[in-house]
Design a protein around this ligand. Structure first.
Ligand SMILES: [Zn+2]
Length: 378
């Protein structure tokens, strides 16, 4: 699940994980009913609610700034970032690729905590200025607490467990030292698992000691981290396998094509209703000009099908084109970047195949069956 789309900042799509809706409420509640009344007693309930709301919004903005800093640096190093999904204690930049050198990884991972530390100082300065200038207590109070939170965020993210930033820094150093990315990733993800279990244990101890809410938070965060660490390592291994697979082994060869002048009406009648495919490469006299998908037809109103041509709605290259030697990693990245979710395979300027998600899943099934056959005892 990809979460809820919030908008986009400088080309990065921002999404919120569904867990955030629960978490926003929890944060708002713990700020308004817990943190602020404890730290600044004697104010009105409405004031605490306003402080809580402002605090939650600024906390959210701080998380976003942290993630954006990773994304901007990653993009400047040539790693495509599709967008950012915000989770509880941070977010995940949805990168299509991994860093190609330990130095890149160091810089990309390091900038996030640096950004949070900078924000921490910024809020503290704001607090000091406010105190001197005589701003009301709720305003300076929120600024001070946000300063503290940003330092906590930097500190938490620096814990040495992959996929936290600290784990990534550790992985980059281990990668640099050993020259072996897979081994470095395994160490870093072991770190993440151990850290996750440690947090869960600490949480359980807190719950048993009577600190139920704080303890449950720790258990939750620890378990999340453990899961993320295991998943990240699997993803790394999978990436390694997919890197060795070429487009030619996965594609559907000799695809049926359509012309850009065809009406959507005819496209549906003659193609989509007859064949099992969900997309067609579009060819004119000179070669490939685009790709038309069932989704594009669906998003065109029914009464306009007769007057709309394939050429009006199709997706156009070059983002859609790969070579027969392209690796499956590149192809999946390309699919994630293009809305059509498909790529066309070109050799010597000619179309030789198409790859859709079902081609990829069929290939994985076939590989699985071959692996099973090999393991079968004679
Ligand atoms: Zn980070």
């Amino acid at each position: 699940m990809d979460g809820f789309r919030l908008g986009s900042i400088s080309g990065f799509e921002i999404r919120i994980d569904f867990s955030w809706f629960v978490i926003v409420f929890l944060i708002l509640w713990s700020f308004s009913a817990g943190v602020f009344p404890q730290r600044f007693p004697g104010l009105a309930t409405g004031t605490y609610l306003a402080m809580g709301t402002a605090g939650a919004v600024l906390f959210f903005t701080s998380l976003l700034a942290h993630e954006l800093s990773h994304s901007v640096v990653a993009r400047s190093r040539g790693i495509p970032v599709a967008g950012i999904t915000l989770f509880i204690f941070g977010g995940l930049a949805r990168t299509g690729a991994e860093a190609s050198t330990p130095e890149d990884e160091l810089v990309i991972a390091g900038v996030g905590p640096l950004c949070s530390v900078a924000l921490g100082f910024l809020f503290h300065v704001l607090h000091q200025v406010g105190v001197v200038a005589g701003w009301p207590l709720p305003v300076t109070g929120v600024a001070r607490y946000l300063g503290f939170l940003n330092f906590v965020l930097a500190g938490f993210n620096l814990l040495p467990g992959f996929p936290l930033d600290g784990g990534r820094l550790f992985r980059a150093l281990a990668w640099k030292a050993t020259g072996d990315l897979t081994r470095a990733t395994r160490w870093a993800s072991d770190g993440g698992r151990i850290l996750g279990y440690t947090l869960v244990t600490l949480g359980v101890i807190q719950v048993l000691g009577g600190l139920v809410v704080g303890g449950l938070w720790l258990v939750f965060i620890g378990w999340f981290l453990r899961t993320a660490a295991v998943f990240s390592f699997q993803q790394h291994v999978l990436r390694g396998v997919l890197r060795g697979v070429e487009a030619r082994r996965v594609m559907t060869p000799h695809p049926t094509t359509v012309s850009p002048g065809l009406s959507l009406e005819d496209l549906v009648e003659e193609r989509f209703l007859r064949d099992p495919y969900q997309s067609y490469p579009v060819l004119d006299r000179y070669g490939v000009v685009g790709l038309v998908t069932l989704d594009q037809v669906k998003s065109t109103p029914r009464d306009r099908w007769a007057h709309t041509r394939v050429g009006d709605v199709m997706t156009t290259p070059p983002g859609l084109l790969v070579s027969p030697e392209s690796s499956l990693v590149d192809i999946l990245e390309r699919m994630a970047e293009t809305k059509s979710n498909r790529v066309m395979v070109m050799a010597d300027g000619k179309l030789v195949g198409v790859i859709s998600p079902s081609d990829v899943s069929r290939w994985i099934q076939r590989e699985q069956m071959i692996a099973d056959l090999k393991e079968r005892p004679r």
